[in-house]
Design a protein around this ligand. Structure first.
Ligand code: RFL
Length: 412
């Protein structure tokens, strides 16, 4: 069993790269920072390597909705406690189709709700806790991160230092690959042992951030023959919108006027208040696709979050899954390195993948609902509307949807 070494301190007077750490965590997103924080709380030393600057990751806009289970998991580990105390809550969502509004008050139905938590705020909080409070070692702006010998008992990770350009090699017992969809960890999995399942929806979403207050008191889903439109209130100043578009579309094809005209049409419904329009702060096209790596571990390398699986933002599950993985992996690594208990690590991949596949299936289901009426296929349009109406006429169908939407299905 590996002994943890005394910790050298936080970020200010940064010592030279360590020669050895029990764990090297690659990537400082929600997954990597949560794993790092759990390890530090257990007095296990680790090194977090991140290609971007601290300022960049603390401002990168992405997710905004956390499930109650993820919030419980963070609280239990003493993470983001104050941030989440002040977080807003979503209790209802509203579907708009056939020119009507259909409210879905899931908290009244189930007692559960979502938390509004912009990802940059969570990341900022997790970096602060890891580096400034728990004294964790983190290197920003690193280059050319390379994993070595992860199939052996003596893995290592090398990287180029941001300031000096020097190459460093860090020996470790375990590597946590938390470097997201575009990282390098996934490529280090032994090809003979890992399978990547992929799905392409053939659909794009224009993801927009508007400098405008919310246009509704809850999340809106517009299911329209011209394409899906979504609205997610974020803060008093900024709101998120989505517009279905062709995959690979150029955001420049969507000038201000076209965006708002299209949102007005797709979110139109009887008695709906007008949209609060504003300057567009972000405009990017996301091609909707999913992948799942199975198993999520090989030798001494364990993947977590988007590095292991991508769920298109259709069902807003990615950050929640990343945190779920990180809780399991952080706890398992801490148990292995402090008591020698190996059970968490050996069951990690199977336990994570159960929830991953559950959310993949929900994402498929929801994609059919969101995009069916715009498919050009009258048969799909008809079945989509039948599904939607059932949510508002069948308590059993409503309960099943609420369970998956809230992430409470089969989970305490
Ligand atoms: P991240 O957040 O991508 O973090 C990975 C980190 O690794 C760094 N990195 C490397 N570091 C070292 N070496 C390398 N070679 C590296 N390569 C990359 C990166 O710079 C980065 O800092 O992955 P993580 O931690 O797995 O977290 C996943 C979530 O970020 C992601 O699933 C969510 O953002 C998805 N998502 C949503 N999830 C939700 O649960 N609810 C939502 O409402 C929601 N909305 C969204 C979303 C994702 C979106 N985009 C942009 C894809 C909305 C959008 C628009």
């Amino acid at each position: 069993m590996t002994q943890t070494s005394p910790h050298p301190g936080a970020s200010s007077a940064r010592p030279a790269s360590p020669a050895r750490r029990p764990v090297v965590v690659i990537g400082a997103g929600p997954a990597g920072l949560t794993v790092g924080n759990i390890l530090r709380a257990a007095s296990v030393d680790c090194l977090v390597l991140e290609t971007q600057s601290r300022q960049f990751i603390e401002q990168r806009p992405r997710a905004g909705v956390l499930e109650a289970g993820a919030v419980r998991g963070l609280r239990r580990r003493g993470l983001a406690v104050r941030l989440l105390e002040g977080a807003g809550r979503h209790t209802t969502c509203e579907f708009r189709f056939d020119g009507e509004r259909y409210r879905f008050p899931y908290t009244d139905m189930t007692g559960h709700h979502h938390y509004v938590c912009p990802q940059p705020l969570l990341v900022k909080d997790l970096v602060h806790e890891y580096a400034d409070v728990r004294g964790g070692d983190i290197r920003f702006g690193v280059r050319d991160v390379t994993l070595h010998d992860t199939g052996t008992d003596r893995p290592s990770v090398s990287y180029r230092c941001a300031e000096t350009g020097e190459r460093h090699l860090v020996h470790c017992d375990f590597v946590a690959g938390c470097d997201g969809a575009r990282g390098v960890s996934r490529t280090a999995l032994a090809p003979a042992h890992a399978r990547i399942a992929r799905h392409d929806y053939g659909i794009g979403w224009l993801a927009l951030l508007a400098e405008a207050p919310a246009s509704a008191d809850c999340v809106l889903f517009g299911v329209h023959p011209r394409g899906f439109a979504g609205h997610m209130p974020r803060s008093a100043e900024v709101s998120r919108y989505y517009l279905q578009c062709p995959p690979g579309d150029d955001p420049e094809n969507w000038p201000h006027e076209r965006v708002w005209a299209e949102l007005r049409q797709r979110l139109a419904a009887a008695d709906a208040p007008p949209l609060q329009e504003g300057r567009l702060l972000e405009k990017r096209v996301l091609d909707m696709h999913d992948y799942v790596v199975e198993p999520m571990a090989s030798g001494r390398l364990f993947l977590a979050g988007d590095a292991a699986h991508l769920t298109a933002p259709i069902a807003a599950k990615g950050m929640n899954l990343a945190l779920h993985d990180a809780f399991l992996l952080g706890d398992a690594l801490a148990a292995r390195l402090t008591t020698g208990d190996d059970r968490g690590l050996s069951g990690y991949s199977a336990a994570s993948l159960r929830r991953v596949w559950e959310y993949q299936e929900f994402s498929q289901w929801l994609s059919d609902v969101y995009h069916g009426t715009a498919s050009g296929d009258p048969y799909r349009a008809g079945t989509t509307l039948a599904r939607l109406r059932r949510l508002f006429t069948s308590p059993a169908a409503a309960a099943a949807f609420a369970e998956q939407y809230l992430g409470t299905s089969g989970h305490p």
